[in-house]
Design a binder for this molecule. Structure first.
Ligand code: GLN
Length: 477
């Protein structure tokens, strides 16, 4: 594990490099490395260099901002003042944000410099980054493979060293699955731990903002600033924020780690099971105690997730009607024509599919059969985790059922893509935190991730265990 941000910051604080020089270096890296990866969809070098100079001026005043020197990528669903926020959709082409999201503002105040905006699936709906109006981002390990989604550009950018850390969003795995596919760390914080103000909504009761990093020291430093109460987000939690970096002690003595039998089904791909088991062995060698547990309602997770998130999406995306903002069809004949054509032209296929599914499950006559039932399943899944955390401190699972797949391989079968979210959606249904770190590689050298889940607000414990799971030799590409 390396921590490129903390290393750069040490050079910055020693005076060996300026923040402007770091920004120039990373803009060069993006210029040469991005065309092959399509991880960044927008850069503004002048704004980046201005921001870096402002950090240098603070340093010259004797300030030591905690994230000075951080070169940050930002997923295209997170608002950044004065920059395009397009959600990788034709619908928001040309839209510029007036505000910084609370999460991004906190990082900028702490000295972070945004080097560019990263690619993703349209409105964060997808698992491969193929649903992007900008075209797909590529996996740095093998360009024919997807980087995962929806935050695929963020994961690819960190894995390829085009930025130190990138922000993503996770509604059902969009941080954790791309982290696994690209061989970096990704954290979905507890629902409420990080403000969602300024995150374009997909499914509001599931969405979280979180970081990708090449090392857990970098990740902890960024989480320290991201976490905290925000009165502008009424789901933000007012709870104490522990010292995340201080949790990286390597000590897991006596930690009870649950291994849910439903996630380690005999049908699990041995290429995934092997490295995940090796990570669990590292925990055990360091003194943790593996315990077999059961999360019996896991198999209903995907169905409940895709009913509830499409329902929320159909409501959240109603605002893109061509009248207020977003794409507007030309020469409408009447209001109905304006709505229909603006939405038909502005949204891509997957987003339309979800709006239709969501509208259907909420419609009278079907509401009880789908939406209300899925809410009850959500409660049962939460109950599974509550019961498990009475017996164990953390839960370890595979992050994904298989390694990164070839672009196009799920093109004709959206359901098969949905099913691949099996291990990640339950954390969002329950609102609990999930950390993915590299566990090892398949025989062909593709990254494999392990997922650690914990009770609400246990991110420090996840980081503590994650640093032990991390293979000693693994350094991101
Ligand atoms: N792949 C999942 C979906 O398509 C998760 C997306 C996300 O977390 N934003 O909904």
């Amino acid at each position: 594990m390396t921590n490129p941000f903390l290393e750069a910051q040490a050079s910055l604080f020693e005076g060996a490099v300026s923040c402007r020089q770091l920004a120039e270096e990373y803009l060069d890296r993006i210029e040469s490395g991005n065309p092959a990866l399509n991880a960044f969809v927008h850069t503004d070098p002048a704004a980046t260099l201005d921001a870096a100079e402002r950090v240098d001026a603070r340093l010259a005043e004797g300030e030591r901002p905690p994230l000075a020197g951080l070169m940050l990528g930002v997923k295209d669903v997170i608002c950044q003042a004065g920059q395009p926020v397009q959600c990788a959709s034709r619908m928001l082409e040309g839209f510029e944000s007036l505000i910084d999201s609370t999460a991004l503002a906190a990082l900028i105040n702490a000295g972070a410099v945004v080097v560019g905006r990263t690619n993703c699936d349209e409105f964060a709906m997808g698992s491969s980054n193929e649903n992007s109006v900008f075209g797909r981002a590529r996996n740095p390990v093998d360009h024919d493979l997807v980087p995962g989604g929806s935050s695929g550009g963020s994961a690819a950018a960190v894995a390829a060293g085009l930025c130190h850390v990138a922000l993503g969003s996770d509604t059902g795995g969009s941080i954790r699955q791309p982290a696994a596919f690209c061989g970096v760390a990704g954290l979905k914080p507890t629902y409420g731990r990080v403000s969602r103000f300024g995150l374009v909504a997909y499914a509001s009761s599931f969405d979280s903002i979180g970081p990708f990093a090449a090392g857990l020291g970098d990740l902890a430093a960024v989480l320290q600033v991201l976490a905290g109460h925000d009165p502008q987000d009424n789901t933000s939690a007012d709870v104490p924020v522990p010292d995340f970096g201080g949790a990286l002690t390597g000590s897991v003595e006596g930690l009870r780690v649950g291994l849910p039998k439903e996630y380690f089904d005999p049908s699990l791909d041995p290429e995934i099971a092997g490295p995940v088991q090796e990570s669990v062995d590292r925990l055990q060698e360091a003194g943790a105690v593996p315990v077999e547990i059961s999360l019996p309602h896991t198999r209903y997770g995907i169905a409940a997730y895709y009913v509830l998130t499409t329902a929320e999406a159909s409501s959240n995306l109603a605002r893109y009607d061509g009248a207020r903002y977003g794409h507007r069809a030309e020469n409408p004949t009447d209001l109905q024509d304006l709505y229909v054509r603006s939405r038909t032209e502005g949204f891509g296929t997957e987003v339309k599919r979800r709006i239709m599914l969501g509208t259907y499950v909420l419609s009278s006559g079907y509401y009880d059969a789908y939406y209300a039932k899925a809410q009850r399943v959500r409660t049962l899944i939460r109950g599974d985790f509550d019961a498990a955390f009475k017996e164990v401190d953390l839960i370890a699972t595979p992050a994904t059922p298989g390694p990164a797949f070839r672009a196009g391989s799920h093109a004709d079968d959206p359901l098969s893509m949905y099913l691949s979210d099996i291990y990640t959606v339950t954390a969002n249904l329950a609102g609990i935190p999930g950390l993915v770190v590299p566990a090892g590689e398949t025989p062909k050298g593709l990254p494999v991730g392990i997922q650690l889940l914990g009770p609400a607000f246990s991110e420090a414990e996840l980081l503590r265990a994650g640093s032990v799971c991390w293979p000693p030799t693994h350094v991101s590409a």
